[in-house]
Design a protein around this ligand. Structure first.
Ligand SMILES: Cc1cc2nc3c(=O)[nH]c(=O)nc-3n(C[C@H](O)[C@H](O)[C@H](O)COP(=O)(O)OP(=O)(O)OC[C@H]3O[C@@H](n4cnc5c(N)ncnc54)[C@H](O)[C@@H]3O)c2cc1C
Length: 364
């Protein structure tokens, strides 16, 4: 197996906040080595723009060093027999009578590599899928993130921000990654200003003094799984197949799960000498209950959310703050509040209903 990476170093440049939910990791049987964990938090602090709404206690979230994590995965792949080719950019994939041929741009020029099966793990653009006549993700949230050293208090939880002033059509975040270091970012949808403009607003709203250490930005597919993500001799995984949680933007666990499912099926395909799309469609079957169905459901939550203007979001925030402090109320009171909300704000009630129904998959 040959792994092509266009950059000189695995994991760099990083494009990730590195948030992973401990329960989801356990469920997905993914082990996170302790030394890649930068911080562990047990709560989400929800903000509507700069107004604090509530703190939600949660099972642990890890905030990881994504570069170190990717390097670890690459080492595991090498130990399992993969050959890693850095500074090797796959520029084209085409069909031959015997499989696929990938044109690879390297220092010395371009060479062709043939393979029985090609895995499109090239991230959000998904252009290999397109070159082979499949659909690829076509709806994106644009993300931008700073890593910064800050003066003042670093939050002890994940700060999650909604509201059109700071994160139109999406969300913002502030994460602790050290005593005086944070990641601050946004994902915004269909806006005229660049995402960096909003990330700067968040940084300035939360910290009066800071020094920017690193910045990164790129689109994140929010189309949901693009089916079919396989054809004869080819399977796409991770972002390239749209395996990103459409509600939270999380994609690390989904990339690992889809990669693992593809590896299982490809290993059988190689044993049986069967590289047809019918055989490779087993990847879809393996992922249907765990990823595909929940993510397609979560698209509804995202569409509801994006239809709210700041007034509606502000009202929801106020209601949560003043009325629906669930933990402190009886089930009957919550039901009564829910019924009142459904009468007054049917759109919000539908959103809350979807959110509650899908709460177990939301952070995966
Ligand atoms: C700002 C931001 C914050 C995020 N935060 C989180 C988070 O906190 N938690 C979470 O779970 N998810 C998060 N995500 C999403 C997550 O980063 C992605 O879903 C995940 O990285 C997808 O993995 P992947 O392997 O499919 O693609 P990628 O991580 O994009 O990897 C693709 C790799 O392919 C290489 N490549 C691309 N094209 C070629 C080519 N032609 N030839 C050779 N190599 C190529 C790239 O260099 C890269 O190394 C975030 C995304 C962004 C943008």
């Amino acid at each position: 197996m040959l792994v092509l990476e266009e950059h000189p170093e695995i994991g760099k440049p990083p494009h990730c906040a590195g948030i992973l939910h401990s329960t989801k990791l356990k469920k997905a049987r993914i082990n996170i080595p302790g030394d890649v964990v930068l911080a562990k938090v047990n709560a989400i602090s929800l903000y509507h723009n700069t107004d604090h709404v509530m703190d939600i206690p949660t099972a642990a979230f890890y905030i990881i060093d994504r570069v170190a994590f990717d390097k670890r995965l690459a080492k595991e792949a090498e130990r399992a027999g993969a050959e890693l080719a850095l500074l090797s950019q796959a520029v084209k994939v085409a069909r031959t009578s015997d499989g696929l041929v990938v044109s690879v741009k390297q220092r010395g020029g371009t060479r062709d590599v043939t393979g029985k099966i090609v895995v499109g793990a090239n991230g959000f653009s998904g252009y290999f899928s397109r070159q082979l006549g499949l659909r690829a993700p076509n709806d994106f949230i644009v993300c931008f993130q700073y890593e910064a050293r800050v003066e003042g208090e670093v939050p002890k939880s994940i700060v999650a921000i909604v509201g059109r002033k700071l994160a139109p059509g999406g969300y913002g975040w502030v994460l602790p990654i050290g005593d005086d270091k944070v990641r601050v970012g946004v994902g915004v949808y269909r806006v005229s200003e660049p995402a960096k403009h909003y990330a700067t607003k968040v940084l300035e709203a939360f910290f009066s003094k800071y020094k920017i250490l690193e910045e990164m930005g790129r689109p994140l597919p929010l189309t949901g799984p693009v089916i079919p993500f396989y054809t004869d001799n080819y399977v796409a995984v991770g972002d390239a197949a749209g395996f990103v949680n459409p509600a939270s933007g999380a994609g690390i666990i989904a990339a690992c799960l889809s990669g693992r499912a593809a590896a299982e099926v490809i290993s059988s395909a190689l044993e049986e000498g069967n590289y047809t799309k019918e055989f490779l469609s087993r990847v879809e079957s393996l992922l249907r209950e765990q990823l595909i169905k929940p993510y397609l459901d979560l698209l509804k939550v995202r569409h509801d959310f994006q239809s709210f203007d700041d007034r509606v979001l502000g009202e929801a925030a106020r209601m949560i703050k003043e009325e629906l402090l669930f933990a402190k109320r009886s089930k009957l009171k919550i039901l009564m509040k829910g019924a009142k909300l459904a009468l007054k704000k049917p759109k919000l009630a539908k959103f809350a209903y979807h959110l509650l129904k899908l709460r177990d998959v939301i952070s995966m």
